[in-house]
Design a protein around this ligand. Structure first.
Ligand SMILES: Nc1nc2c(ncn2[C@@H]2O[C@H](COP(=O)(O)OP(=O)(O)O)[C@@H](O)[C@H]2O)c(=O)[nH]1
Ligand SMILES: [Mg+2]
Length: 254
């Protein structure tokens, strides 16, 4: 059966997947803000056995609120694996849109209605810091430099017209996640975001970026590490080399 045109496909119901590792202090306020901003959306907390009790807190919040769900995983396996598990959970149910959002308050739920509106003309909406109107608040200079470098590197390697490949606040139409081979996604750390943006565009879906304000966390610790950076550099380098090789072969065949 032919797919209905995008505009005819529903955006609701919406599931917001929130991965957590040691975010006990941040979880209640972020879910509260989410539901103040969008009362009808559901949230799925994907906790990797946080030692600080985030998972138990999530269970309590879920017991009191039908809009909150929890997926417990036994060990810290990286952001990518947590999101893939969350996406599968959403796809097994009837959600039309699946959102990625951090638990630490860096992604403002108040920006989400605008992002969802932009889905009427797109299949994937990225909340971007680096498009006009986007901004960063309280981010240490070294983190901004690292992020800018990662995005420049990704642009040089992959050549897509995307300003923020690494955006971690984003909304997917269900059709995108149904089509992408979730089983094959091996990216564990933050290069998961680059991986999915790249696969989405290669699969022929429409990606748009809308400006957001990113505010560095006030409570808890970042899980960024040198192994996460190394993983991204190696994987993006390989994808870039493969992409350029295919381009060259196409050119030579002409
Ligand atoms: N479930 C799960 N969540 C994670 C993992 N690593 C990071 N997160 C969550 O992903 C979000 C972004 O991580 P964060 O450490 O704030 O990254 P930063 O903003 O780049 O410094 C937060 O909600 C974290 O709790 C992980 O291995 N498993
Ligand atoms: Mg953070």
């Amino acid at each position: 059966m032919a797919q209905a045109p995008r505009a005819a496909q529903p955006i609701d119901p919406v599931l917001v997947v929130v991965p957590t590792y040691n975010e006990r202090e941040n979880l209640t306020p972020i879910l509260q803000r989410l539901h103040e901003s969008l009362p009808d959306v559901h949230a799925l907390v994907v906790d990797d056995g946080s030692p600080d009790g985030t998972g138990e807190l999530a269970d309590k919040l879920a017991a009191d609120d039908d809009r909150v769900h929890v997926l417990h995983r036994t060990e810290k396996a990286g952001l990518g694996a947590a999101y893939v598990a969350g996406f599968r959970w959403g796809l097994e149910r009837d959600y039309a849109t699946i959102v990625e959002m951090d638990a630490d308050g860096s992604h403002a739920p108040e920006d989400l209605p605008r992002m969802l509106e932009a889905l009427s003309d797109a299949d994937l909406v990225l909340g971007s810091r680096y498009v006009p109107g986007g901004s960063v608040v309280n981010w240490p200079k070294h983190r901004e430099l690292l992020s800018r470098a990662a995005n420049l590197y990704s642009r040089l390697a992959l050549g897509m017209r995307v300003r923020e490949y690494t955006a971690g606040f984003r909304a997917y139409r269900r059709a995108v996640l149904e089509k992408l081979p979730l089983d094959e996604i091996a990216s564990r750390g933050y290069c998961f975001q680059i991986d999915l943006a790249w696969r989405t565009v290669k699969a022929g879906f429409e990606l748009v970026e809308v400006p957001i304000t990113f505010t560095e966390r006030e409570i808890g610790q970042s899980k960024m590490s040198s192994s996460i950076i190394r993983e991204a550099m190696v994987r993006v380098g390989i994808w870039g080399a493969q992409h350029r090789w295919h381009q060259l072969r196409r050119l030579l065949r002409r």
